[in-house]
Design a protein around this ligand. Structure first.
Ligand code: 5GP
Length: 191
């Protein structure tokens, strides 16, 4: 998606050879105009697929997920990383190793929001090694829901997330695919 790629080029910074900082428009401050375009783009790809729920993970998946949900007119569920006192009923849970925080946390969704018969788009801000997506897939599996696709805003194609997910039979759909962050420079996969 051209607008996203342009924004990464102008506002993104390379922290290490494998980490991109995009906190001015996606992971801390959010650019609603860009999120709205992202929502419209993904919604146009999935509008006739019978999707019933968007599933993401807090916190940076929420902004793009809400805009996709708005366009498709369906609810957005975000898996929580810490159980709230109000989440005392039945939960779907999975372990996720965080690429950026380097800790494992338990993520959960209340069983009442995701059920058998749901057709899901899994959404996240980044795809690196696929661990967050796998955790969300596990929650959907426990609910008996069907996953239509994994929608990613920024995919780092030099890491193994896509191949891991595709080997398991999931469709991965990304709006920007980064080939390399070497020498503090972002290069994109030619498509
Ligand atoms: P994975 O689980 O695929 O290894 O990593 C994806 C998760 O780690 C995303 O939810 C995202 O929050 C975080 N992440 C991975 N790579 C990056 C990165 O280069 N920059 C930022 N800001 N977050 C990342």
């Amino acid at each position: 998606m051209k607008e996203l790629i342009d924004k990464i080029v102008t506002d993104g910074t390379v922290l290490e050879e494998n980490v991109l900082k995009v906190d001015s428009f996606l992971t801390h401050q959010v650019d609603p105009t860009l999120m709205s375009l992202i929502g419209k783009e993904f919604a146009s790809r999935y509008k006739d697929k019978g999707i019933t729920k968007i599933v993401t993970i807090e916190s940076s998946g929420i902004a793009p997920a809400v805009f996709i949900g708005l366009e498709l007119g369906i609810p957005v569920i975000f898996a929580r990383k810490q159980k709230s006192l109000t989440m005392n009923k039945e939960l779907l849970t999975a372990e996720v190793y965080s690429f950026t925080k380097q800790v494992t946390s338990e993520i959960s969704i209340s069983t009442k929001f995701l059920t058998e018969g749901d057709h899901v788009l899994v959404v996240d801000d980044f795809l690196a090694n696929g661990q967050a997506a796998l955790g969300l897939i596990e929650l959907c599996r426990q609910a008996g829901a069907t996953i239509e696709a994994i929608n990613i805003v920024i995919e780092k194609s030099f890491q193994n997330g896509r191949s891991l997910l595709e080997e398991k039979g999931y469709k991965v759909d990304s709006l920007a695919r980064i080939e390399s962050l070497k020498d503090n420079k972002v290069t994109f996969v030619e498509e």
